[in-house]
Ligand binder design. Structure first.
Ligand code: ATP
Length: 303
C-alpha cells in the first residue's frame, strides 16, 4: 500500500506541491491525472525516494520514505517518464549492475535479468547497448529493473506517452495483471481516457493540489450529454446569461454549460448581442469531466 501524506515541495520560491494526500490500496490501480506541470512527477519521484519532500511523507507498506528509505524504496518499483540510462552498457550487464542495489548476487541477477527482460519483450536485445534502445524499449527496460526486487507497489509515470499501440497495450495488460496479484499501482497520465480501462479510482491534481478523487464508475456517470459549448467575444456578460440555462464555466476560451436546461436557439438569440461566434451541443467525453473539475477548482481559488 502507498500512503501519501500531506506532501509539500518547494523549488526555490515556487511551491510545486501544496499538501498532497491520498492512498493507493493493495489490489488497486489509481490513475493520477493532471495537466503538464500539475505536480505528478514531483509526487511520484518523492514516493520513489529519488527526491525529498519539503514536508510531509510517503509510506510504502508502512515504511516511511524519508525516515526508513531503504526498506520503503525496496518495496516500490518506479518506471519514470523519461528513463535515463548509461548508453554504452549492454542491457543484461546493466540489469546485473542495477540489481546489485537490491542485494542480488551477480549470478542470480543474470538469471533473473534473462527472465525479466524476456517478460518485458526484450529477449532479443539483452546484449545490445541501451543507447540503441527506443524510448519505448527504455521504458520496458526500466520496468524489468523495477521488477527485480519483486515489490508490492508500483509507480508508473506517464508510461504510455510516446508508445506505439502494442507498447500501450503491453503496459495496460501488465498493470491489470499486477492489480490482480494484489499490488498497489499508481499510474499517472495527463489524459483521463488513457487510464479509463485500468483505473479503479482517479486522483486529480492541479497546480500542486488534489482537486478531486473519484471512482472510475462515478466518472463514467458524470459523462452526460446535456452540455452546451459557446464561443463569444464578451465572456463576462455571456456568462451571466448562460447561468440561466445551467452551470457555466470558461474552459479553454469557451463557455461550457453543464446540466443544460432549456432551448439552445433561445440561448443563441440571447448571446448574439455579446458577439456569439459558435454554439452547439458538446459531445461530452471523459476529458470534459476533467476540464470541468479544473474549472471548478480555478473558480473556488479565485473566490
Ligand atoms: N527541479 C525543479 N526545479 C524547479 N521547478 C521544478 C523542478 N521540477 C519540477 N518543477 C516544477 O514543478 C511543477 C510540477 O512539475 P511536475 O514535473 O511534477 O509536473 P507534472 O504534472 O509531472 O507535469 P508533466 O506532465 O509535464 O511531467 C512544474 O511547474 C515544474 O516546472
Amino acid at each position: 500500500m502507498i500512503r501519501i501524506v500531506n506532501l509539500y515541495k518547494k523549488f526555490g520560491d515556487f511551491l510545486a506541491l501544496k499538501g498532497v494526500s491520498f492512498d493507493v490500496n493493495n489490489g488497486e490501480v489509481v490513475g493520477f491525472v493532471g495537466l503538464n506541470g500539475a505536480g505528478k512527477t514531483t509526487t511520484i519521484k518523492i514516493s520513489a525516494g529519488v527526491n525529498f519532500p519539503t514536508s510531509g511523507d510517503v509510506e510504502i507498506d508502512g515504511y516511511s520514505i524519508t525516515k526508513d528509505k531503504r526498506k520503503a524504496s525496496r518495496n516500490v518499483g518506479w518506471v519514470p517518464e523519461l528513463p535515463n540510462f548509461e548508453p554504452d552498457v549492454k542491457a543484461l550487464d546493466y540489469f546485473v549492475y542495477l540489481a546489485g542495489y537490491y542485494g542480488i548476487s551477480s549470478q542470480e541477477a543474470k538469471n533473473l535479468g534473462k527472465k525479466l527482460l524476456e517478460e518485458v519483450g526484450l529477449s532479443e536485445w539483452m546484449n545490445v547497448k541501451i543507447g540503441k534502445f527506443s524510448q519505448g524499449m527504455k521504458k520496458r527496460f526500466a520496468l524489468a529493473v523495477s521488477l527485480a526486487g519483486n515489490p508490492n507497489n508500483f509507480l508508473f509515470d506517464e508510461v504510455l506517452n510516446g508508445l506505439d499501440p502494442a507498447g500501450m497495450q503491453f503496459f495496460k495488460d501488465l498493470v491489470i495483471k499486477m492489480k490482480n496479484e494484489g499490488r498497489a499501482i499508481l499510474f499517472s497520465s495527463h489524459i483521463l481516457s488513457e487510464v479509463e480501462n485500468i483505473a479503479d479510482r482517479v486522483v486529480f491534481i492541479h497546480k500542486g493540489k488534489i482537486i478531486g478523487i473519484k471512482k472510475m464508475e462515478d466518472l463514467r456517470k458524470m459523462v452526460s450529454t446535456n452540455i452546451v459549448k459557446a464561443v463569444v467575444n464578451n465572456y463576462n456578460e455571456a456568462l451571466k446569461v448562460a447561468e440561466k440555462y445551467g452551470k457555466p464555466a470558461i474552459v479553454n476560451g469557451q463557455i461550457i454549460i453543464s446540466d443544460f436546461k432549456g432551448d439552445i436557439s433561445e440561448l443563441s438569440s440571447e448571446l448574439k448581442p455579446y458577439g456569439l461566434i459558435e454554439i452547439g451541443y458538446e459531445r461530452q467525453n471523459l476529458e470534459s469531466v476533467f476540464f470541468q473539475l479544473i474549472s471548478e477548482s480555478e473558480k473556488s481559488e479565485s473566490r
